[in-house]
Design a protein around this ligand. Sequence first.
Ligand SMILES: [Zn+2]
Ligand SMILES: [Zn+2]
Length: 329
Amino acid sequence: MKKSDIVKALILILAVVLNVKTIKSMHTDQAKISPDRAKISGKPIASFHKFWADVKWMLFIQHMGSIDLTTEKNSKDLYEEAKGILELDPGFYKVYELSALMLSAKTPDLAIDLLKKGQETHQNKNDWRLFSMAGNIRHQETFFNKKVNKKEKLREAIGFYRLALKKPGVMPVLEKTYIKTRAQFEFEGNDKRPLIIAELTEWSKYVTNKMAGSEYGMEGDGDMMMSLEENTKADILSIIQQVKRQHPNDLEGKKTSQKMLNSLFKGIHVCGKCYNEYAAGHKFCTECRNPVKVYGVCPNRQCGKVHSGGKFCEHCGTNLRASVNKKKK
Ligand SMILES: [Zn+2]
Ligand SMILES: [Zn+2]
């Protein structure tokens, strides 16, 4: 007997003992807990399914550690093994995740196939990770495989990312990946238009859509823009600055930058020359020394200090609201 066979036999004995104990209670709850179970193989092992899937999973991990996944044959074997576990327990998230990861290098299509199966299960259909992972695998192929049709792979990746972004709890950083991939898609075969401009345009479309709530199924009114992470906003501003530095005369770049500065960045003050954000009281841009329009200082000339924006200046007591009104008249 091989060592792995002994392990299998021991685990099976353990499984039987434990299973007898729990079989009664499990059986009634099973349909409620896991509607996916209805879809699976009809082997007459009743509530052994889940347990046996766990056992196979342990063996699967052991096996994976011992084989060379750079051969297509091994990859295919591993795929079949994973499918075997998933037939017993289609909701087993870890199997999708780990197998897809292992299969992605040599047999990305098999990895995608598994992930798609997972995306259709009741338990995982709202798990954004299975969708973003599929996107990543397709995206990755455009870097590592020179033979692939890049446009096609990017289109697929975009589709997966878009689905992921509609799922609950999705990580905001995925927005960036999604936009970069879209820009790459536009750039592919049309490389006269700078990639960074394509990226900015994609951001602009995304933000507009998000505000309108059309594509992303979110509410249109209120502070939709606030749902963009501060980090993401900082990234967009940095793209606007790069466009200004690298392609100052690009019409599309200029127009899109202005549009976003007037909407998404309406609340902040930026230097007119380099689009660097500047603080209250600053007279010159700290990036490019361009003079900037001062804001946020007390209108009382004897004071003139930066105030914190309340009703009265905290340095001299001047009524800040009154002076704003006076200026307007
Ligand atoms: Zn500046
Ligand atoms: Zn003051």
